[in-house]
Design a protein around this ligand. Structure first.
Ligand code: SF4
Ligand code: SF4
Length: 431
């Protein structure tokens, strides 16, 4: 694609990067076929190619974002399906991240959008604030239909309350670290994150037990925080970079002490941590350290697949529909490892039709774009249920929460199933 940025514009590192991405697009349109919002709307402006044109026009002209641009960029899930499809290697993720930051700095949203976004940015990345908010949501959940009728923020509020768990989110009693049967000398950290340990603490507990069976020590790092993905996807670049710097500071000292890997059990977070090197590339104090952190980061399924297999202890055999989270399949290109591990653990895998299409979760998308998210969620659940599974497996808490709204089937993290098969407790959802 021909671009017309001035030499002065190209002095800016971010514009230089985006210009390179824009030039790599040959506007063939292959990406439109696999874009969830184009599938829903059939509107070119809700396709990757249409958004690329909108972003090009906005950045090239040095223009503030318009309401029209904001509408179509906000509707993008950042699912990155277009990146898997694109034959020209267009790095849409970095381009849309730039566009979101540009929108945040040049466009004044209506008050209700600002309020909702500020609330999400101030609550979700902080574990204890999120726990309190979930407890409040649990209490008022029965009134969600009434909240849904409020002007402006009703749909988002109803969606937020629907996502709240049906049980009171009490603080879990910390489990003692599992005993390593045969210590291998390997040490890793598991990103605790912000939302997942509140919504489903059993996921990281299962990961710890499984790693202990492999003889791998999980190091606790108290000072680590949110990965920054939630605010990053809202265009709050400064906040996202601050979260990234704090985590880099925490993990780099562990890497210096011989840590083998930083493991992530929420693939949405993993995609962002693997991108820290790019996000902090212009920060001389952090560029190298951030790149080292990104290089050491693995999705839990990716890491476990690199270890020798464990013997199966429990009889499994259940039919499992594996839901491939977009952040895992498109963002990190981890596609086979979870399926291979589940099969080896004795589960009968079912392929979900249209597996490349997003379930509509996408971070806080299901709160900010409830209509699109509900349509995609219903489409995903219908495809999953058509395979007649007994269990749904996924590697991302956002997808698990989104899909749970539309089905009564038990949804488990891949690692919870692998832990059970190799000797862990039966997941509570299956009891
Ligand atoms: S498939 Fe790639 S090159 Fe073709 S229009 Fe989409 S982004 Fe551009
Ligand atoms: S990231 Fe997903 S929703 Fe956004 S343009 Fe690409 S395919 Fe479409």
């Amino acid at each position: 694609m021909k671009t017309l940025f001035s030499p002065a514009q190209l002095d800016d590192a971010q514009l230089r990067s985006s210009e390179k991405i824009l030039r790599s697009c040959v506007h063939c349109g292959f990406c439109t076929a696999t874009c969830p919002t184009y599938l829903l709307e059939g509107d070119e402006l809700d396709s990757p190619r249409g958004r690329i044109y909108l972003i090009k026009d906005m950045l090239e002209g040095g223009k503030p974002a318009t309401a029209e641009v904001v509408k179509h960029i906000d509707r993008c899930l950042s699912c990155l399906s277009c990146m898997t499809t694109c034959p020209s290697g267009v790095h849409y993720m970095h381009l849309v991240d730039h566009a979101r930051a540009h929108i945040e700095s040049t466009y004044t949203r209506p008050w209700h959008q600002r309020l909702m976004r500020a609330l999400l940015a101030q609550i979700l990345p902080y574990r204890e604030r999120f726990r309190v908010a979930l407890a409040a949501a649990f209490l008022v959940r029965p009134l969600r239909a009434a909240f849904g009728t409020l002007p402006y923020i009703g749909a988002s509020l109803r969606s937020m309350l629907s996502l709240a768990p049906a049980q009171f989110p009490s603080k879990p009693i910390p489990e003692p670290a599992p005993i390593l049967t045969q210590p291998s000398g390997k040490r890793v950290v598991i990103l605790e994150g912000c939302a997942q340990p509140v919504l489903r603490p059993s996921i990281n507990a299962a990961a710890r037990r499984l790693l202990a069976r492999h003889g791998i020590e999980v190091v606790s790092v108290a000072s680590e925080g949110c990965c920054g993905a939630l605010v990053h996807h809202m265009g709050r670049e400064a906040d996202a970079l601050n979260f990234a710097r704090a985590n880099v500071d925490t993990w780099i000292s562990e890497l210096d002490r011989g840590l083998e890997a930083i493991l992530v059990t929420t693939s949405g977070c993993g995609t962002t941590v693997k991108d820290y090197g790019f996000m902090l590339r212009e920060d001389p104090a952090y560029a190298q350290k951030a790149e080292r952190v990104s290089q050491a980061t693995r999705d839990i399924s990716e890491y476990v697949a690199s270890l020798p297999p464990l013997p199966n202890v429990h009889e499994t055999g259940q039919i499992v529909a594996y839901h491939a989270a977009c952040s895992l399949q498109h963002g990190q290109k981890v596609t086979d490892a979870p399926k291979r591990l589940l099969k080896a653990a004795g589960f009968q895998l079912r392929d979900v039709p249209e597996a490349h299409i997003c379930c509509g979760s996408a971070g806080v998308y299901n709160i900010l774009q409830p209509d699109f998210a509900q349509r995609l969620g219903a489409r995903k659940v219908a495809h999953i249920e058509r395979t007649k599974p007994q269990i749904i497996a996924a590697g991302n808490i956002g997808c698990m929460t989104q899909i749970a709204q539309g089905t009564n089937l038990p949804i488990l993290h891949t690692i919870e199933l692998l832990d059970w098969a190799s000797g862990g407790p039966k997941p509570a959802e299956l009891l």
